[in-house]
Unconditional design. Sequence first.
Length: 178
Amino acid sequence: MNIHLNRMFFSNDHPHLFGLSIYFQGCDRHPKCPYCHNPQTWRPGIGYEYDLNELIEIVIGKVEYVMDTYSNLAVCYVGGEPLAPYNRDAVLELSRALKLKFGDSIVNTLFSWRMPDDIVEQGLLDYVAYIDEFVLGPYDYTKRNEIDGKVLFPASTNQIYLKEGLRNASTVQLSARV
């Protein structure tokens, strides 16, 4: 299986942990978020192409490289849209491989335009089984989360940050959390 990435680099995309950000290529949201942070990631099937197994080995190598310095590392799945149909299998396999190799030293963090109920209703719970934290909701420039020009986390106030998994949640429970 091949997957397309826009870029991958060490970052501070997570609010508390140093992270490795993996920007998936392609976004399935229609319409796109006005003033999207990453419009270059919208079109699927372009960018850097990897065999999924090769990508897993590359990411494991990058994580091993910094684990001597950091006891915990966030791996941030961003985009584009990590849960788009052409990206979701890679998110599952990559997040699973990292959890199996590094356990709780890795905090798998998924950014998606989808809200919790969307993930449940679209049958995506299996794809996020190894995700520890979520930043959910479309970016909305009119609700930009900033103080004195500094963008806070998450980037817009309509987005939610969940520090827990969704695997065993029901739609009713999810709605109560928001």
